[in-house]
Design a protein around this ligand. Structure first.
Ligand SMILES: [Zn+2]
Ligand SMILES: [Zn+2]
Length: 335
């Protein structure tokens, strides 16, 4: 089969590799579309692990089932929960599969072969059938939408909340969409890229501002005493600072961005305002709701996909995204 293979830092090649075979309990999926995620870009940037096929945000059709698999048949349209888990560590035993201690934040396309290929084999328990109204292209958004839903749940989002989102990349943009759909009173977005600013406005953000002190002053002045919920989706120290300085007393801050470096934090602010800080990582039970939400407005979600490129153009699409010229979400088409 044809597959996209990571060769080193900034080096991807489309090559011919052996077809995978479904082991016991596995299903072989013919991949139709696979989105490029920030974690794929990180692997591409560092060039590790070499030889990996990236991609975990995918949709396709069941091609073949391995021994011992029941309830799946060729042709069924599916999306996949891509996290890997051991099932036996203390986190897994409590059902906190997204926090599995042995998977080491692993998953398809990161520590196991991913979906930017004609076929992939996955455990049958990780498959979810696409609802009738969800097409294969918008189905690729189910995984990042589940991540965003989990972030909103962690932040205990409520109808009528004033919400700040720092960073309108795919996760931030999907959080924004959920906040708008879910009845936020106001949505503030901090984003520097003009293309992403425009997308945030299209999704329905009340205010979109560039990063910087001026924007922070405006948020504080116009939302006094502050926003109820801040979702930090940028992964940079200034965004975390803005989130902490924008929330009202007892406001909630959810850290969804992956920070590459430790950030300096003014802890007294957290203390004297009783700010509640929550982490969020992946998702647990949100895949089903994500698929249902996409089914309610597939075109609305599909409009967040700014480029669909064939597998042969994937190396160029990765390069564009990492240099910041790539729009919001690129999805690779495999045919
Ligand atoms: Zn992802
Ligand atoms: Zn585990």
């Amino acid at each position: 089969m044809r597959a996209l293979v990571l060769k080193g830092p900034g080096r991807l090649e489309v090559e011919s590799v052996a077809d995978p075979r479904p082991a016991r309990g596995q299903v072989m999926v013919r991949v139709r579309y696979c989105g490029i995620c920030g974690s794929d870009l990180h692997a591409y940037h560092v060039g590790h692990p070499q030889g990996i096929i990236p991609g975990h945000e995918f949709a396709g059709e069941v091609e073949e089932t391995g021994p011992g698999v029941e309830g799946w048949a060729p042709g069924q349209r599916v999306a996949v929960i891509p996290g890997l888990l051991c099932g036996t560590c203390p986190s897994c035993r409590q059902g906190l599969f997204n926090l599995c201690e042995r998977s080491r934040y692993g998953g398809l396309g990161l520590t196991a072969q991913g979906a930017m290929a004609e076929f992939i084999c996955v455990e049958s328990g990780m498959l979810r059938e696409l609802p009738r109204d969800v097409d294969l292209l918008s189905g690729t958004l189910a995984e990042p939408l589940a991540v965003s839903l989990h972030a909103m749940h962690q932040g205990e989002f409520r109808i009528g909340d004033k919400v700040l989102i720092t960073g309108a990349g795919p996760i931030g943009a999907l959080c924004l969409k959920l906040a708008v759909m879910g009845g936020a009173a106001e949505t503030w977005v901090i984003e520097g890229s003009p293309g992403r600013q425009e997308m945030a406005l299209k999704i329905g953000a009340s205010h979109v501002l560039p990063p910087g002190r001026e924007s922070l002053h405006r948020i504080r002045r116009f939302t006094d005493p502050g926003v109820d919920l801040a979702l930090e989706c940028a992964g940079v120290p200034e965004a975390l600072d803005t989130a902490l300085k924008s929330v009202r007393p007892r406001g909630r801050v959810v850290i969804a961005g992956i920070h590459q470096e430790p950030a300096r934090v003014e802890f007294n602010r957290i203390t004297v305002k009783e700010i509640q800080i929550r982490g969020t990582f992946g998702f647990i039970g949100e895949m089903e709701s994500a698929l249902e939400l996409i089914g309610k407005s597939p075109a609305g979600f599909r409009s967040l996909i700014t480029r669909v490129a064939p597998l042969e153009e994937a190396p160029g699409a990765f390069r564009e995204l990492i240099t910041g010229k790539g729009g919001l979400k690129t999805v690779i088409r495999i045919d």
